[in-house]
Design a protein around this ligand. Structure first.
Ligand SMILES: [Zn+2]
Length: 358
């Protein structure tokens, strides 16, 4: 298949996997193609789901990108002019570059993450992924650190084509889009977990609580399992499972009960709070990125069994995530998503209330 056709295939594949909330949430996930010395990589802040309607892939020089990686300079800042606008290469550009395969797909598969946050994740996956060329990659921040770790892992086992990124997601590689997609589907089939039933929220109690403050009760019943389901609630209250939870929602969440007095509940001063056995209250109207992240988090939590021991990101990991670069990334994702979805972006005053970094 020639380069242009393969690029068309990647655009098509990107749009399809980007439209699957169990694989990709909002602007997360990224795809790439190596062809004739060029690395076509998703631009930072672009949504895979929009691949068919706007330019989301940008070309960067593969040799130069690898040279930067090996000089410890992050190639993610490289830009290309697309439609009169300078777009920056994905934060994961270094990882895509060091993988030798032509096509690389990185997704935040909720089924994979449900294992990737477990202490016994590698053992569980050993059976499920038996026979596939896979490796477990311990949690490492995105960008150069992750790229270096992956490059070393693949050098040790060159046949590797599936990487489970602990506390992060999944990478699947192939020499064509068709091959990479077939492998992705096979991995997904094997790691698929039926979520616990989504519990019905205590609507009356939640609306009663919301009536006394600026809190909002989300209308999607499934979101409320994060507070209504005791296992999900305990896990999410225990810490940060993966970067998007801290970046797009909050690093910490409070748990209240339906009898919590209004004075203690606070005035919509957090992106969300959990109401024990009842559901969730939101501090503001969620933008598309926040909503997609919250939905993904609920889907992950409902797939982690009660007896599993969870590995959380450390306080240092979370602090590093909430650095200036990530703020910038977050803005990009939100800017991009706002025009495409039904929910408007947060207003400025609400934005100022997001307890990022707290
Ligand atoms: Zn990622």
């Amino acid at each position: 298949m020639n380069a242009a056709t393969e690029l068309d295939s990647l655009v098509d594949l990107s749009a399809r996997i980007g439209a699957e909330p169990l694989l990709v949430q909002a602007g997360t996930g990224n795809t790439s193609l190596k062809s004739d010395g060029v690395l076509w990589i998703k631009a930072s802040g672009k949504w895979l789901a929009h691949a068919a309607s706007e330019e989301i892939l940008i070309p960067v020089n593969l040799g130069e990108t690898l040279r930067r990686v090996h000089c410890d300079a992050d190639p993610a800042g490289q830009t290309a002019m697309i439609g009169g606008r300078a777009l920056a290469a994905s934060v994961e550009t270094a990882m895509h570059a060091v993988l030798p395969h032509r096509v690389v797909l990185h997704v935040h598969s909720v089924n994979t993450i449900a294992f990737a946050v477990r202490v016994d994740g590698p053992d569980c996956l050993k059976d499920r992924l038996e026979g596939l060329p896979w490796q477990w990659i311990p949690y490492t921040p995105s960008g150069l650190p992750l790229a270096h770790l992956i490059e070393a892992a693949v050098a040790r086992n060159p046949e590797t084509a599936v990487l489970v990124l602990a506390n992060h997601g999944l990478v699947v590689c192939g020499d064509s889009c068709a091959e990479a997609e077939a492998l992705l589907r096979e991995v997904e089939r094997r790691v698929a977990v039926a979520p616990r039933p989504f519990l019905e929220p205590a609507w009356d109690a939640l609306h009663h609580m919301a009536a006394y403050g600026k809190w909002r009760v989300p209308t999607a019943a499934s979101l409320h399992s994060i507070g209504a389901d005791p296992v999900s609630r305990r896990i999410v209250a225990g810490g940060v499972l993966y970067p998007c939870q801290a970046i797009f929602l909050a690093p910490k969440v409070r748990v209240h009960s339906t009898t919590t007095p209004d004075s203690e509940l606070g005035g919509a001063d957090a992106p969300y709070v959990l109401i024990k056995d009842a559901g969730i209250l939101l501090g503001h109207k969620p933008n598309p990125t926040e909503l997609a992240t919250l939905n993904g988090l609920v889907q992950v939590l409902q797939r982690i069994p009660a007896g599993a021991t969870v590995h959380y990101l450390s306080e240092g990991d979370v602090r590093d995530l909430l650095c200036a670069d990530v703020y910038h990334y977050r803005e990009l994702v939100e800017d991009n998503g706002a025009g495409h979805m039904a929910f408007p972006s947060r207003s400025m005053p609400d934005s100022a209330n997001m307890p990022m970094g707290s």
